[in-house]
Design a protein around this ligand. Sequence first.
Ligand SMILES: Cc1cc2nc3c(=O)[nH]c(=O)nc-3n(C[C@H](O)[C@H](O)[C@H](O)COP(=O)(O)OP(=O)(O)OC[C@H]3O[C@@H](n4cnc5c(N)ncnc54)[C@H](O)[C@@H]3O)c2cc1C
Length: 464
Amino acid sequence: MTLAAETLDRLKAALGPDGWSDDPTRIAPKLVEWRGRWRGETPLLLLPRTAQEVALAVRICAETGAAVTPQGGGTGLVGGQIPQGEVLFSTERLRAIREVAPEDDVVVVEAGVTLAEVQAAAAAADRFFPLSLASEGTATIGGLLSTNAGGTAVLRYGTMRDLALGLEAVLPNGELWSGLSRLRKNVSGYDLKQLLIGAEGTLGLITAATLKLFPVLRSRAVAFAGLRSPDDALRLLARAKVEGAVEAFELMGRASLGLVLKNIPGARDPLAEAHPWYVLIETATAAPGEAGPALERILAAGLETDLLQDAVLAKSEAEARELWALRENHSAAQKPEGEGWKHDISVPLSRMAEFIQRGTVLALQLAPGAKVTAFGHVGDGNVHFDVLQPPGKGAAHAAAREEGSRALHDLAHELGGSLSAEHGLGVLKSTEALRYKSEAEVAAHRAIRAALDPRRIMNPRVLF
Ligand SMILES: Cc1cc2nc3c(=O)[nH]c(=O)nc-3n(C[C@H](O)[C@H](O)[C@H](O)COP(=O)(O)OP(=O)(O)OC[C@H]3O[C@@H](n4cnc5c(N)ncnc54)[C@H](O)[C@@H]3O)c2cc1C
C-alpha cells in the first residue's frame, strides 16, 4: 500500500513538527511484535497529543482513504497493532489521567495510560482497579478496551467491557465523540461504547475512557495447590465460589509449569512433589483479616474431599508474588522452546475438562512427540492451550500450524466454545473466525462497519 505524498504532507502539517516521525530508528520498535511473530511497515508514525489532534488526522485519512492502524503498548497477541503500510497512530502521548473521582468511584484516563498506572492512580485515591494481567506495565487502556481484555480477576469483576462506563473516541469519519459518561444505569439507545470495546480498532480510535473503581481489598491470600486433573480443579472451583471471596483461580499443567521451572531464572517448585495439575487461588476481601481464613477453608475442603493432593499458602507478600510469578511466566517460559501452536480457547466451564482431555489426544495425533501445555484463567472457562514443537522439528511444526490450530478450534466450537477468549482476532484469526460465525452475524458485523467506516480505513486487515 503506497500513500500519496500529499496525504502524508497534510498529516504532518496537521500535527506539527513534533507530532509525527518518519525516522526509521524511531519507528522500528513499533513495527515488531514482542515475540517477533509479525514485522510491519509504515510510511508515517503519528504522535497526537490530544483527542482533537487525533480527530484532525483521522479526518484527513477519511477524506483521502489513507488506512490507519492504531497502536497502544504493542502487547497484543494477534498482530492487529502492527501496520502493513498503513499510517501508524500511536497513543504514546495521550497520557493524562484526567480525573480520579472517588465520590463517583471512577477514573477518567487517556488511551495511552498503562494499566499499571491506572491501578496506581486508583490506589492513591484509596480505591481499587481490578483488571490485572502479566503485560500490565506496558498494555494501555486503549488497547485493553479495544481487545476487551480479561486477565486474572474476570471471575469477580468481569472484562474491560464490564469495567468501562464511558468512552471518548474518534470515529472513522474523523468526528470526536465525547461519551465519557459515569452513569451505571443509562438505557437510552444503542450503547456505542460497547460497539467500540472489543472492535480492535476497526470502528474508531479510543482517546479516553471512564473506568469503574472498587473498594480497596484490605486482605489478600494466595495459595498454590497440586491436584490430579482439570476435573478436580473445576470441582474445587465450585466449592471455592461458596466463599464469595475468590479473586483468581488459575490452572496450570505440569508440562507448562515445568517450562517455567526450567526457563525462568529463580523459579522454584513450591511443593515437595510433582503433580499433574496445579491451581493458584487468590482470595481477597474488603474487610481486613478475612481472606486467609476463607482460603484455608477452601484448601481444607479440597484436602478432605481428596480434590487436592498438597497445597502451600503464601505467608508474606513476597511469597505471594513468587507464587504469582509461577503463573505469569508461562508465555515467557515457552519462548526458548521454539515453534508452538498457541490457542486462547474458551469453553463453558462444564466442558473445560473434556476440551483439555480431547484436545491433548488430538494434538498428539497431529504432532506426535509435541509438548502439550495448558494454563490459564480456568475460573472463566479460558485456557491457553499450546502445542510446542517436537525436538528438532521446528520448521515442520510451523508449517502444520494452520491445520493443527483449526482442528483444535473446531473442537472448541463443537463444545460450545470460542477460538478467542480474550486476545481478539487481529490478523491472526479474523479469516478463520468466519468458519464459526453465522451468515446473519457476519452480515450484521459488516453492515455496522460499512455504516461507520464506508472506506474501511480503520485497521482494514482486522475482523471481517
Ligand atoms: C505477557 C503477556 C500476557 C498477557 N496476558 C493477557 C491476559 O491475561 N489477558 C488478556 O486479555 N490479554 C493478555 N495479553 C494481551 C495484551 O496485553 C492485551 O491484548 C492488551 O489489551 C493490549 O494492549 P496494548 O496497549 O498493548 O494494545 P496494542 O497491542 O497496541 O493493540 C491491540 C489492538 O488494539 C488496537 N488499539 C490499540 N490502541 C487503540 C486505541 N486507542 N483505539 C482503538 N484501537 C486501539 C490495535 O490496533 C490492536 O488491534 C497479554 C500479553 C502479554 C504480552
